[in-house]
Ligand binder design. Structure first.
Ligand code: G4P
Ligand code: NA
Ligand code: NA
Length: 192
């Protein structure tokens, strides 16, 4: 998506060989007009899938997930990473290992917000090693719901998440796909 690639080139900061800082429009300050455009693009890509629910993980997935829910007019559910005072219902949980942080965290959603007749679109801000998305897919399986696909704002194609999803033949739409960071410059995959 050209709009997004241009914004990444303008405002993204490359940190080392693997990390892109985008706190100007996605991970700290949020650009609502850009989010709206991203949500509409995900809607175009999954319009035929009869989506009934958008699923993401707090916190940075929520903004693009909400924009996508607004385009589809379906509810948005975010998995929680932290114990909540009010989250006392029956839960679906999954362990998410972070290769970056070398820690494992539990994510949880209340069972009442995911049903067997739901068709779910997962949305997240970054796809790196794919562990957060794998955790969400696990939870969708526990609920016997249907996974329609995965929508990612920024994919780092050189890490293993995209390959994992392709191997499982999951429809994955990434609006920006980064091939590599070379000398602090961002190289995008060719669009097809
Ligand atoms: P994985 O789920 O793909 O395996 O992610 P990984 O453990 O590698 O990443 C841990 C956290 O860092 C995730 O956010 C992920 O979205 C984020 N992340 C991964 N690569 C980048 C990057 O290049 N740039 C930025 N800005 N973030 C990256 P999180 O811990 O779940 O935090 P949050 O959603 O609360 O912000
Ligand atoms: Na993040
Ligand atoms: Na995230």
């Amino acid at each position: 998506m050209k709009l997004l690639e241009d914004r990444i080139k303008k405002d993204g900061q490359v940190l080392g060989a693997e990390v892109l800082k985008v706190d100007n429009f996605l991970n700290h300050q949020i650009d609502p007009d850009l989010m709206t455009a991203l949500g509409q693009e995900f809607y175009q890509q999954f319009a035929d899938a009869k989506i009934t629910k958008i699923l993401t993980v707090e916190s940075s997935g929520i903004a693009p997930a909400l924009a996508t829910g607004m385009a589809f007019h379906v509810p948005v559910v975010f998995a929680r990473k932290h114990k909540s005072l009010t989250l006392k219902d029956d839960l679906y949980t999954a362990e998410v290992y972070s290769f970056t942080k070398k820690t494992s965290n539990q994510i949880a959603i209340a069972q009442k917000f995911l049903q067997a007749d739901d068709t779910v679109l997962i949305i997240d801000d970054f796809l790196a090693n794919g562990q957060a998305v794998e955790g969400l897919i696990d939870i969708i399986g526990q609920a016997n719901a249907t996974l329609a696909g995965v929508g990612i704002v920024i994919e780092k194609s050189f890490q293993k998440g995209r390959k994992l999803l392709d191997e499982r033949q999951i429809k994955t739409v990434s609006l920006a796909r980064i091939k590599a960071f070379v000398d602090g410059q961002i190289e995008f995959e060719e669009e097809d």
